[in-house]
Design a protein. Structure first.
Length: 483
């Protein structure tokens, strides 16, 4: 339990900052949806632009975060040289990208459908270039177990962004969607200044031989990352090209706004990843590592299912995150998007076998397969079913990648996952979800539904405590329950 306890502790720090940060970020959703009506398509622009940003961020980091963790823990490598080489490689690529976009700004903006607003594209290109470079010092903080500094800087960035957005959209009563992008650039620049100490204390050196070795490890991760991020964002990028109605940006805005409610799963997965990834690579040769992987998977699924039930159970309250009722027609996508996010988290947990044995090409294959499935669902069904096809495409894509990774992984790196326990939790969560949805359709009273759903959630938590998590084993509060 030692490493699991460390994972829980670090996940609590990363998770708290992530949850608080996402909660603060959620304040932008009611702000944007209040100031930018669904019919205006303003939130659709934000959804579309940030989908491209997510993809470009993966391209510009080209798998070097994970590669940095792997190589800094290898024997016969100087961690400072690994860090310096990684910084210079990612920084150079990011700089070239920003310059090229600015030189070709008009044709790129036209291609993306923003010919009248090329500043949107230019500002976000510079922002994502800086963001990609900053991913490496943030990875360095995780590697050094500086979780508190990591969390504090992330929260500072979000708080400043929230304040500036509130000043413009609420206090100044602004409605120009472009200011959302300008504020993002300002906050990214501020973050770079705060990380200045992470660029000192070592000799800057580009080890070209080391870089070639790192790139041979990272390129499949890049393919994996591209496919993975396309699984998350391709629907929002493809939607304008395949949706046939004249209300395209309105529909995309509805889907983007309601999907935000489901992002608690992304928070949990991200927090778990931040804590779990450095520990996995640091302890590759440790005894008992297999058992830790197996138990970590089970507990990850348990707590994501609990989060899923809480969102579904309290959806009638959480919907007020999206202030404008015109967007609520899209709430039906929330459980579907959350299922896709759970599958993505499981797939992430399954991904370590090929990273540990340096066979990252498998990750590229699995993610690519999932991406093909997602793209096919979107291309075939968006014209008929709109954004509902986007939501189900994520489930299909991640489901295929998850199953394929498990099946092949059991051949190359077999692990004895507690499948019976996991299926019991999945079955119970599915049963409770069905009862919640039935109650929502049967009872008109929001508070009656909340009361009933709270009972269901408490019953699920009681099952967790009885089966797998005695209170005496919990971090921090466990000492109060020991005999």
């Amino acid at each position: 339990m030692g490493k699991l306890t460390t994972i829980f502790k670090d996940t609590a720090i990363y998770g708290l900052s992530s949850i608080i940060g996402r909660f603060l970020n959620y304040l932008l959703v009611p702000l944007y949806t209040a100031k930018l009506s669904a019919a205006s398509g303003g939130y659709g622009v934000i959804t579309n632009i940030y989908a491209y940003v997510a993809l470009v961020l993966v391209l510009l980091t080209f798998g070097m975060e994970t590669t940095y963790f792997r190589f800094t823990n290898k024997t016969h490598t100087d961690s400072n040289v690994v860090y310096s080489t990684t910084l210079m490689a990612v920084g150079s690529v990011s700089l070239v990208f920003a310059i090229m976009v600015l030189l070709l700004l008009q044709p790129i903006s036209q291609l993306m459908g923003y010919g009248e607003h090329p500043d949107y594209v230019g500002v976000m290109a510079v922002t994502v270039a800086i963001d990609s470079f900053l991913c490496i010092p943030f990875a360095h903080l995780r590697q050094q177990k500086k979780a508190l500094k990591f969390a504090a800087l992330k929260l500072l960035n979000i708080v400043v962004s929230i304040v500036l957005n509130v000043v413009y959209f609420a206090w100044m009563d602004g409605n120009d969607v472009g200011y959302a992008f300008y504020i993002n650039l300002f906050c990214t620049g501020m973050l770079a200044l705060c990380l200045i100490t992470e660029f000192t204390g070592f000799r800057w050196k580009l080890d070209t031989k080391l870089l070639r070795t790192m790139l041979s490890y990272s390129w499949p991760i890049l393919v994996l990352g591209i496919a993975g991020i396309l699984n998350q964002t391709a629907d929002k990028m493809l939607f304008p090209y395949f949706y046939k109605g004249g209300d395209m940006l309105q529909q995309l805005g509805i889907y983007g706004a309601c999907s935000k409610i489901a992002m608690i799963m992304a928070m949990i997965t991200q927090a778990f990843r931040f804590a779990y990834e450095p520990i996995v690579f640091a302890g590759v040769k440790d005894k008992g590592q297999h058992e830790m992987y197996e138990q970590a998977m089970k507990y990850f699924i348990i707590f994501t299912l609990l989060a899923f039930l809480m969102v579904v159970g309290y959806l009638d309250i959480l919907k007020y995150i999206v202030r404008n009722p015109d967007y609520w027609v899209g709430l039906k996508v929330v459980p579907i998007v959350m299922v896709a996010e759970i599958m993505m988290g499981i797939y992430f947990n399954l991904s370590f076998w090929y990273k540990i044995i340096d066979r990252t090409i498998w990750g590229a294959f699995f993610s690519g397969l999932g991406c093909v499935v997602l793209l096919a669902v979107n291309i075939l069904f968006v014209p008929r079913y709109g954004y509902m096809a986007c939501a189900w495409g994520g489930v299909a894509g991640y489901g295929v990648a998850m199953v394929a990774s498990y099946v092949v992984g059991q051949k190359y790196y077999p692990l004895n996952y507690p499948l019976k326990d996991i299926f019991n939790y999945v079955f119970l969560a599915a049963l409770i979800t069905a009862m919640m949805l039935f109650g929502r359709s049967k009872f008109e009273s929001t508070w009656l539904n909340v009361l009933i759903n709270t009972g269901w959630i408490i019953s699920f938590m009681a099952f967790i405590i009885k089966q797998d998590l005695p209170l005496s084993r919990l971090p921090f509060i466990g000492k109060y329950f020991k005999h």
